[in-house]
Design a binder for this molecule. Structure first.
Ligand code: NAD
Length: 268
């Protein structure tokens, strides 16, 4: 029985993870952490998520709850990721970070931590988006640079970071496959009078309503367009994918892993 700790347990994703875990017989939530002073600290994590009392109180004591867990999932806020990472390295626990909005400096810290623990960072833990990324990568390898690439994403009105971490990850996958550096060719604000430069990878963002998450990668050529779209209609898809990945990660030696690594396992 895999014992899981959720960081950001009181949030939308934290609650979705609690509900998804309650449907599985091979794992249980043994730790629930949220921000110090948060309104939900002290509540039972199962009651908050609507699945009934689980006997696990939401706390802000990360080290104590880690000691009683086999693996941790962080779906809180980018500013909390460094603390989660350091605590998991100190405790020797695998960590899945689903939080988005990290800076380049943090990406270096990840490489160092992966020497000590099994680590998976995914801006999107849905199996469908993992496949979308792989298909987009393949299209970028095959199609000539003359095909313009635009990445469109739409999310609910509360989402803080833009473009979404998933959109940036899609852009990075396309740029890598075309031998480009996204920092050089990514265009986030196409406003003004200049025409499109060759090789650009553009981002378009919409925020509104309760949209769970939509991502499209458009390859626009002369005379034809290839459009790849994923629509999430329920955040349980991110939770179910994250739990599948955490179960897989918990059996791995230290190292840096990716959602695509679990695809063959999910398909079987
Ligand atoms: P949310 O705001 O509903 O929940 C975040 C929770 O984290 C809150 O309860 C908040 O109190 C808590 N928190 C903030 N700082 C903390 C800290 N220092 N320590 C512990 N807890 C802390 O947000 P959400 O919609 O649940 O999303 C959370 C994160 O997950 C975001 O970064 C979002 O972009 C990302 N996300 C990832 C996926 C994925 O598939 N990987 C899917 C959806 C959302």
């Amino acid at each position: 029985m895999l014992r899981l700790l959720i960081i950001g347990a009181a949030g939308r994703m934290g609650q979705a993870l609690t509900r998804a875990a309650s449907e599985r017989s091979d794992m249980r939530i043994t730790g629930a952490v949220d921000a110090p002073g948060g309104a939900q600290v002290g509540r039972d994590v199962g009651e908050l998520a609507g699945v009934g009392r689980l006997g696990v109180t939401i706390t802000s004591d990360l080290a104590a709850t880690l000691a009683e867990s086999d693996a941790a999932l962080d779906f809180s806020h980018a500013s909390a990721s460094a603390t989660s990472l350091a605590a998991c390295v100190a405790a020797g626990r695998p960590l899945l970070i689903g939080t988005t909005g990290h800076d380049a400096h943090f990406r270096h810290e990840l490489e160092r931590a992966a020497r000590h623990i099994a680590l998976l960072v995914a801006a999107n833990t849905s199996v469908g988006v993992t496949l979308l990324t792989e298909v987009a990568r393949r299209c970028a390898e095959v199609l000539p640079l003359e095909f313009d690439v635009e990445i469109f994403e739409a999310h609910h009105r509360h989402k803080k970071d833009a473009p979404s971490g998933t959109a940036l990850a899609l852009g990075r996958a396309v740029a890598d496959a075309r031998g480009q550096d996204l920092d050089e060719v990514g265009v986030r604000n196409r406003i003004g009078a200049a025409p499109r430069e060759p090789g650009e990878i553009g981002f378009a963002v919409m925020r509104g309503g309760d949209i769970v998450g939509e991502h499209s990668v458009v390859f626009a050529g002369d005379g034809e367009q290839l459009v790849l779209t994923h629509r999430a209609t329920d955040r349980s898809v991110f939770a179910r994918g994250a739990l599948e990945a955490a179960a897989w990660l918990a059996r791995r030696p230290p190292g840096r892993y990716h959602m695509r690594d679990i695809l063959s396992k999910t398909a079987s």
